[in-house]
Design a protein around this ligand. Structure first.
Ligand code: K7E
Ligand code: CUA
Length: 681
């Protein structure tokens, strides 16, 4: 029998075991880092932050905060009651919603229901105005109650955000929504009659005359059936120009049109501005026209669509296209005007410039003079000069693709290629002559200098990579303050990261996305990561950031009895004392008011099978005095903001006793804000 204690006996093995374990863990940690594993764990280091004392010093010590950490915390801190300087409108991804976030605090201010019902706002649970908007977005009558939102676009006046309207696309179903920024509510959804899905939208022209919706996966126009064997002949790409009427606050489909394009997969688009106003740029991939079929022994799409070295930047003369459309040179697809590819080619509407294969983002510089295309599979961004493009068009290109589209010579239209790193995707701009490009594979944001007139704004060498800041992880889009307008603000940039991996407490295998706020105020190599905001609604793609004081939202609706759909007084609005219930045959109509803390009338009696038309007016004028209305068993749930009139209709097809109640805790007697809906058999 050994006289050694267990620790003496097993000690050496334990030590060796522990070392092995630590090494293994380190390897696992490094390997699972997306973007190549350059990251190392951040260990708290005990430092003293100069100038801190008392509790602040103790906190900094306990958390091992560096002076930079403390500065970052202060830069994002907004004391209670202090509103943010900027507002970011972010795509809510396949939540089908829009996220509204304050900067620099990164506080979530609102989730706007767009393509998807949103219960708190009573969006899509009976309220007629909301049901009608969602129904506009049905596809061939088929309810589609979600959307894959990608690109929000704020309305612009002379190339600057004006804070009036917001547009956003649904990639999955080829739709565009219009949001009114007076009440932050969705007013319209248009379904593209030509394409079942989209991607390069929504982008606006500098005065918001047109909302651009570019296509993605080619299909026959109107997505009618055609065999993939007839791909080159029958399948087509497209870009749609939706006419926006500011007065009506609506897209006007009758004045809109699509441009037929070859069946390359169009990707992102951007509108020209200033010198390039009137032109539109969309890039593409799958110029190979691969049709997949890995199960039949064909190359999979990912390989088939990446065989050639070059794809095509589409250069579109929008003004010319509009002239032709107005001259009636269109055909109709599902009752929608389409400018045929052949006409576009003959009339000089469409040109191609080669772009390094399978690019992703295309972004026009603030002056409209350069167009930046990101490589995705190429470590460069390729910068095209608008001037050179115009000269090349004038000189008359000699090459054509198989659809007859003129191809400009690459070298004669490219200003520069700047090597940035792995997986460049999207580019934004600031007020110091820098461009910023997300690097998906590097998990970094690159800061680089523009040349030309932008070079005067900073001392760095033009067309050069200046620095990279790591982000966590797998960044898609980035958004800089007013970063795609004619006058970007600089200051802040948000990195919209796809993966969070190790940044937050675990919440199961589906992790949040991670928005990271970066301070881009200082020139040169200094960019500072300020804040991580987990996004539990996904997956966001693009966002735009507007100066908060450009937004002029209403505090309450302008008049009591307001219909937010028409933005005018509702004929079914009712004043206090005028409430009533009327029966006409099998129809029962109710005109109800809501005010703290009662509905009037409180008892509504109908017979099973009656059609019920119910109007509720919130007669409050106090800011924030919203009432809700929930009717159990009937899937009715509405939100009635101060001044608003809401209408919903249903057939009372279940008999029984249904207690309706207010769903917003509006007052001390909120629980008493209730009533009975009695349905007799
Ligand atoms: Cu890059 Cu739809 Cu703009 Cu996503 S797209 S990231
Ligand atoms: Cu009204 Cu609670």
């Amino acid at each position: 029998m050994s006289t050694q204690s267990p620790s003496q006996r097993y000690g050496p093995y334990l030590v060796v075991g522990l070392i092995v374990l630590v090494v293994l863990l380190a390897v696992v940690f490094i390997v699972r880092q997306p973007g190549g594993g350059a990251e190392t764990a951040q260990q708290p280091t005990v430092t003293t932050v100069p100038g801190l004392s008392g509790e602040a010093e103790a906190i900094a010590q306990a958390r091992g905060l560096t002076p930079d950490d403390v500065a970052a915390a202060l830069k994002t801190y907004m004391p209670t009651g202090r509103p943010d300087e900027y507002v970011m409108f972010s795509s809510g991804g396949h939540s089908g919603q829009v996220l509204v976030i304050g900067l620099p605090s990164m506080r979530l201010l609102k989730v706007i229901g767009v393509f998807t019902p949103e219960p708190w706002q009573g969006w899509g649970y009976g309220a007629k105005a909301t049901m009608e908007v969602l129904e506009e977005g049905y596809v061939n009558g088929q309810p589609v109650l979600w959307g894959d939102t990608h690109h929000p676009a704020l309305s612009e006046t002379q190339g600057d955000y004006d804070g009036e309207w917001l547009f956003i696309n649904d990639k999955a179903n080829g739709r565009v929504a219009v949001i009114d920024l007076r009440d932050f509510e969705t007013k319209q959804i248009v379904k593209n009659p030509v394409a079942v899905n989209d991607h390069g939208g929504a982008m606006v022209t500098p005065n918001t005359e047109w909302v651009i919706e570019g296509g993605q996966y080619a299909a026959p126009l109107g997505w009618e059936y055609a065999s993939l064997e007839d791909y080159a002949d029958e399948y087509r790409g497209m870009v749609t120009f939706w006419k926006f009427d500011r007065g009506q606050g609506r897209i006007v489909p009758e004045e809109s049109f699509a441009l037929e394009l070859p069946p390359y997969w169009q990707d992102l688009c951007d509108s020209g501005k200033l010198v390039s106003e009137g032109w539109v740029f969309c890039n593409s991939f799958n110029a190979e026209m691969a049709t997949g079929g890995v199960e039949k022994g064909n190359p999979p799409f990912e390989a088939g669509a990446s065989q050639r070295d070059m794809d095509y930047l589409h250069i579109i003369n929008l003004n010319k296209a509009v002239e032709l459309v107005q001259a009636g040179r269109t055909e109709e697809v599902n009752g929608f005007r389409v400018l045929p590819l052949q006409t576009a080619v003959e009339e000089g509407v469409l040109y191609f410039a080669p772009e390094p294969k399978s690019p992703h983002g295309v972004d026009v510089a603030p002056g409209g003079d350069y167009i930046v295309v990101s490589g995705k599979l190429d470590p460069h961004v390729t910068v095209y000069s608008f001037d050179k493009i115009m000269q090349a068009i004038e000189a008359g290109p000699t090459e054509k693709d198989e659809y007859g589209v003129p191809i400009l010579d690459f070298d004669s239209v490219v200003e520069k290629q700047v090597e940035l790193g792995l997986g460049p995707l999207h580019t934004q701009f600031d007020n110091q002559g820098y461009a910023y490009t997300s690097l998906f594979l590097d998990s970094a944001v690159a800061r680089w200098t523009l040349g030309g007139s932008y070079a005067e704004k900073n001392p760095d060498e033009p067309w050069a990579l200046i620095s990279k800041i790591p982000v966590h992880y797998n960044v898609g889009h980035i958004a800089a303050a007013e970063g795609d307008t004619v006058s970007p603000d600089g200051k802040y940039l948000v990195s919209l990261n796809k993966w969070a991996v190790d940044r937050f407490v675990g919440v199961g295998p589906l992790l949040p996305q991670n928005f990271q706020l970066i301070d881009i105020t200082q020139p040169g190599e200094q960019m500072q990561l300020l804040y991580d905001m987990p996004i539990g609604i996904g997956e966001p793609h693009y966002a735009q950031i507007i100066k908060a004081d450009k937004l002029k939202p209403w505090d309450v609706y302008p008049e009591v009895g307001w219909d937010p759909r028409t933005q005018s007084k509702d004929p079914n609005a009712v004043e206090a004392g005028q409430e009533r219930i009327e029966r006409r045959g099998n129809t029962v109509e109710i005109w109800m008011t809501a005010v703290r803390s009662h509905f009037t009338p409180e008892i509504v009696e109908v017979k099973k099978g009656d059609r019920v038309i119910w109007h509720i007016t919130n007669i409050e004028r106090a800011k924030d005095a919203t009432h809700g209305f929930a009717l159990p068993g009937y899937n009715i749930n509405v939100s009635i903001e101060p001044g608003e009139t809401v209408t919903f209709e249903f057939v009372a097809n279940q008999d029984g006793v249904f207690s309706f109640y207010c769903t917003e805790f509006c007052s001390a007697l909120h629980l008493e804000m209730t009533g009975y809906f009695l349905v007799s058999p």
